[in-house]
Design a protein around this ligand. Structure first.
Ligand code: NAD
Length: 475
């Protein structure tokens, strides 16, 4: 199979192609066009040309087409989730039941929202000020390989709904479902040029895109290192930067421990541990630490690792051999730094025949972790949990914040005052109290410190996808 760019509504062949692999089997899934400056220029030009008409299309009409795209995704969940699972190794139980259906919801949500964009008024005795929200223009949307379809639609839906046009660049490791998104957008009746896709590598395709003078806004999800590079290359543009994380999952001794254990296991092992909001530093109060660690490891040992196409599988393969090597290097490092391996490790559990060559790692739990160890400070981005003891509330807050990242956080306690105090003190864009990460499309999603800047979701998406203008009328 060959996957081309989509520029101005037409497939455009690459001058070069790269292969995308199934990480469970190492089979080649497709040859994908590898874009560079020329394709980026053509795609931005197509988006620029399509912009005035699309921006001028009444919101209810844009909403109708965007809803239709949501319907087409909903209709094609089995095909899209299978492609997503094959391309990135995320288990079918997640792609089919949650991630791809949520992609359809993204379009439904922003279709509705774009018909309700209102303004603000600031009346004074001498002037009436009011605010208009204009579309920004051509937006560069750049997506990582983890949860690729959901992430891409989380960007494309508000971008298009608010009247912008887009050039989408997916990760070179997981481009397939987004390629289908381009086709489905055309099938839904979204005009050619409104959504363009350039495939390729970060340096060759991503950099010319973010640096392009006709690109007005960048919505980027990916690593902190790439985010930093983009900010330097892009110049003066609107940004939303959704970057890496190493989120604290804080369990106090008065927590509902059974629920906390379930949530802790879910937040580090679901999505193969390849999750930006993973609760990868599990801080547990000293007096319950040993019991919690034993039960946590017991649950981790029961996790089914295997074929991502099997509904029972919880942990599938890592996205690539390079990423597998990175995750394994941290599993090797843990004991050298003084951590105790409670389960998992370098040995891969027995696998079904079909996936025996896959990029697998066992769910791994380290106890006796010091927050200054590298396994606690670096984003491993795999199914590797670090259990860190703490003394009291002040110690928990200190440890939670002793990290360059600030994406998500989790606090477990039955003491309402403590819950609110810790939620306020933790340096993170999001805090979940007695809960795993539950996404509400209205909430501001994003991080602080090295986890990024800007928020998306609900009206927070105006920040990157709308240009507010104040009009002051003398009375
Ligand atoms: P990455 O930074 O390597 O790549 C992300 C995207 O950027 C890819 O499409 C890549 O091709 C492109 N890219 C790479 N170099 C570029 C450059 N110089 N200019 C422009 N584009 C460039 O990240 P990844 O490994 O694909 O994804 C994993 C990372 O993403 C993790 O750090 C994870 O935490 C983060 N992430 C964050 C969130 C969030 O919402 N905060 C969500 C998912 C993933």
């Amino acid at each position: 199979m060959k996957i081309d760019h989509l520029i101005g509504g037409k497939p455009v062949a690459g001058t070069d192609y790269f292969e995308t692999f199934n990480p469970a089997t190492q089979e080649v899934l497709a040859e994908v066009a590898s874009g560079g400056e020329a394709e980026v220029h053509a795609a931005v030009a197509a988006a620029k040309e399509a912009f005035p008409k699309w921006a001028g299309t009444p919101a209810p009409e844009r909403a109708r087409l965007i809803r239709r795209l949501g319907d087409l995704i909903a209709k094609n969940v089995p095909e899209l989730s299978r492609t997503e699972t094959d391309d990135c190794g995320q288990v079918i139980g997640q792609t089919g039941k949650q991630l791809v259906p949520r992609a359809a919801d993204n379009f439904y949500y922003f279709a509705e929202m774009c018909t309700r964009v209102d303004g603000h008024t600031y009346p004074t005795p001498t002037h009436l000020n009011y605010t208009l929200f204009h579309p920004v223009g051509v937006c560069a949307l750049i997506s990582p390989w983890n949860v690729p379809f959901m992430t891409a639609t989380w960007k494309v839906a508000p971008c298009l709904a608010f009247g912008n046009t887009a050039v989408l660049k997916m990760s070179e490791l997981s481009p397939l479902t987004a390629a289908r998104l381009g086709d489905l957008a055309l099938e839904a009746g979204i005009p050619p040029g409104v959504l363009n896709l350039v495939h390729g590598y970060g340096k060759e395709a991503g950099e010319p895109l973010v640096a392009h003078p006709d690109v007005r806004a960048i919505s980027f999800t990916g690593s902190t290192a790439t985010g930093n590079r983009i900010v330097q290359r892009a110049g003066l543009k609107k940004f939303s930067m959704e970057l890496g994380g190493k989120s604290p999952f804080v369990v106090f001794d008065d927590a509902d421990l059974e629920r906390a254990l379930d949530a802790a296991v879910f937040m580090i092992f679901s999505n193969n541990g390849e999750r930006c909001t993973a609760g990868s530093r599990i801080l547990v109060q000293q007096n319950i630490y040993a019991g919690f660690a034993a039960k946590f490891a017991e649950r981790a040992k029961r996790i089914v690792v295997g074929d991502p196409l099997d509904e029972k599988t919880i942990v599938g393969p890592m996205i690539s051999q390079a990423h597998l090597a990175k995750v394994r290097s941290y599993i090797e490092l843990g004991p050298k730094e003084g951590a105790t391996l409670l389960c998992g490790g370098l040995e891969v559990p027995p696998l079904p025949e079909r996936v025996r060559k896959g990029n697998y790692v066992a769910p791994t739990v380290f106890a006796d972790v010091d927050n200054r160890m590298k396994i606690a400070q670096d984003e491993i981005f795999g199914p590797v949990a670090c259990l860190i003891p703490f003394k009291d509330e002040a110690d928990a807050i200190r440890l939670a914040n002793d990290i360059p990242y600030g994406l998500s956080s989790y606090v477990w306690t039955e003491n309402i005052g403590k819950a609110h105090r810790v939620a306020a003190a933790v340096e993170a864009g999001m805090c979940f109290v007695n809960s795993q990460n539950v996404r509400d499309l209205r909430q501001p999603f994003g991080g602080t410190k090295a986890s990024g800047t800007g928020r998306e979701g609900g009206t927070w998406s105006y920040e990157v996808f709308c240009e507010p203008k104040n009009v002051a009328v003398s009375l």
